[in-house]
Structures are given as C-alpha cells and as structure tokens.
Design a protein around this ligand. Structure first.
Ligand code: DP6
Length: 328
C-alpha cells in the first residue's frame, strides 16, 4: 500500500504546445524530449491513510495543485479496481522549484510510478505514462529515460497518447544539456494558460502543428546518427517556432527577456567561432544549451558570462525507478 519512486525532468527538443482535449491532456502534436540527470523528484504514495494529504517540497498542497495529484490517484484507484482509501503523498525535488526548469514533469512521473506500485499494479511504462500525462502533459515523457517521444495519438479516450522511449540514456552518453538560469522568478503566464491562449488566438497555430510531426521524424534520424549539429539546428528552429506562435497570439505572449536574447546572440557568435552549442527555450526566459561533453564547461562559462545566476549541467537520465526507502 506504500511505494516510493524517483523520476528525472525532461527537456523537449521538439515541443508540445497546445491541447486538443484539456481534461485528458491530449496534445495537438507529438513531441520529443531528453530525460535529464542528475536532477530528480522523489515521491512516496501510501493508500489507506486517515484522509487525503499532499505535501510538495515541505508544503501542504492546496487548490489546483492538490486536485491534480488526487485526480491522478483517482485514476490509479480506477485501474486497480478496488477500494484503496484516502492517500498520503509526500514529494521532494532535489532542485529548487524556481530553478527555471519545471519540476512538475518529474513530479507527476514519480507520482504515477509510485501510485501504481502502491496500488499493487505491475510496473508498466505505457500505463504509467498515460497516468503521468493526466497530471501534466510533459510528465508522460519522464517515465522513461533517454530520448522519449510522446505520440499524440488519435483516440478520444487518450489510450494511445503516451510516450515511448526511442533511444535509451546509453545511446548518446556524450550529449549534454546545460540549464542556464537567468531569472529565478515565477513566469507570468504558466505553460498551461499560455498554450491555451495560443491555440485559441494565434493565426500561426495550424502551421506549428503541421510542422511538428515532420520535425519529430528528422530529430529521430539525427539522434540515431549522433549528429549534434543537425539536432542543434532543429532544436533551435523548433523553439523559435513555438515562441513565434505564442508571439502571434492576441494579445501577444512573450516569454523571452533581454537577457535571453543577449545569451542567444552570444551563443551564435561562439558557434561561428566553432563551438558546438545550440539552445532550446520552454515557456520562460531560461535557455537550455545543447552541447557535448567536451564543451559543457565552456557552455557553462558562456551562460555565466551572460548573467546566469545558476547553471545546471545535465547528462541523459534513466527511467523512473521504484526505491526501497520511503519519505515518511
Ligand atoms: C513549453 O506539460 O507543463 O515545456 O500539460 O498543461 O501541464 P500541461 O503543460 P506542461 O507544458 C510543457 C510545455 C513546454 C514544452 C514541452 O515540454 O514539450
């Protein structure tokens, strides 16, 4: 009735930006990401508690945050097909919430894996990915390690919308993602609201959706060949296109700030001088740099020279795993 799981965050190289079903969290487009180590979230779930309790990073979760966790566990109970009683959940990330990288993907992936185990359900990446998706879309890509592809699926019930691992973490041990934290502040418009606004008001949105499916196929080829330059170019192009659709929304949605642009400019100059470094950017001002092991220190220096207050150097991460020790 009690289980603990650890999961890593992921960064999308081909991004998810827009839902066709908001309740089930079904995307308009497929996406592809790299799971990142060493950052992780650990979550313990116990059924049969006196009442529902959700503690996230030392705080009692309230409102929609709490509802999202309990909703996912309701789905676990439905899968188990038996009365499991109220749940106690304790979750802790080893990276600060405001680190610029959302911990929600790792958090919901760990919750799905621990929740299933606590309910006595077998380890099943596909089922865990579908569950994680119901908490936060990008979380479905953190159930497995390496490069994962969230297939949008076609079914209205979402049973074919989950992430599959295309290449495991060992496929490309030399690849690096360097998170450059330029701004620790909470973003003004959360991904969930920003993508909804973009779907509803951006005239560029249909083009963005159409583009994504073919980019996924290209990204897969570049990863298979360890072609960092081709993947880097694709990754930047995809980030710009996502931000372009958001900028074209009404009113416009701009996640970049002047420090983001300055870093991107500097990165381009370094690239002209021969440094293999590219960027991607989620719904916030903090770029994540794509490079290789030989250049991760230089990439960190580049980020710091552009005002990064913190830098996290990441390598390909592994699958979400069950742990023997619990958080309570
Ligand atoms: C820009 O997965 O956080 O990071 O499904 O509403 O919880 P919800 O959104 P979320 O959005 C992630 C958006 C993104 C791109 C990506 O990770 O693919």
């Amino acid at each position: 009735m009690k289980a603990t799981a650890l999961a890593h965050p992921n960064i999308a190289l081909v991004k998810y930006w827009g839902k066709r079903d908001e309740a089930l969290i079904l995307p308009h487009q497929s996406s592809l990401s790299l799971t990142l180590s060493p950052l992780s979230v650990t979550t313990t779930v116990e059924f049969g508690a006196s009442h529902d309790q959700v503690e996230l990073n030392g705080h009692t979760a309230k409102g929609s945050e709490r509802d999202r966790v309990l909703r996912l566990l309701e789905a676990v109970k439905a899968m188990a097909g038996k009365a499991l009683g109220p749940a106690k959940v304790v979750s802790r990330g080893d990276f600060p919430m405001a680190a610029g990288l959302a911990s929600s993907a790792a958090g919901f992936a760990a919750l799905a894996v621990a929740g299933r185990a606590a309910a006595g359900l077998p380890a099943e990446p596909r089922a865990a990915s579908i569950l994680a998706r119901m908490g936060s879309g990008s979380a479905c890509r953190s159930v497995q390690g390496g490069f994962c592809e969230w297939q949008r699926g076609e079914r209205p019930d979402g049973e074919d919308s989950f992430a599959v691992q295309r290449f495991d973490a060992a496929h490309w041990p030399d690849v690096r993602m360097v998170v450059a934290i330029l701004d620790r502040g909470e973003k003004e418009v959360k991904s969930r609201d920003g993508m909804k606004h973009t779907v509803e008001t951006s005239p560029y949105y249909p083009a963005w959706v159409q583009d994504a499916e073919q980019e996924i196929a290209h990204a897969r080829e570049h990863i298979a060949r360890h072609d960092l330059e081709a993947l880097g170019e694709l990754c930047e192009r995809n980030a710009w296109r996502m931000h372009a659709t958001a900028l074209a929304a009404n009113p416009p949605l701009c996640y970049l700030n002047s420090a983001t642009l300055a870093l991107i400019q500097h990165l381009r100059e370094q690239r002209k001088k021969g440094m293999p470094v590219w960027f991607t950017l989620d719904a916030g001002p903090n770029p994540v740099l794509l490079t290789d092991a030989a250049h991760e220190v230089a990439a960190e220096a580049l980020a710091r020279a552009c005002g990064a207050v913190d830098v996290v150097r990441c390598v390909p991460g592994g699958d979400a795993v069950l742990k023997a020790e619990h958080l309570f």
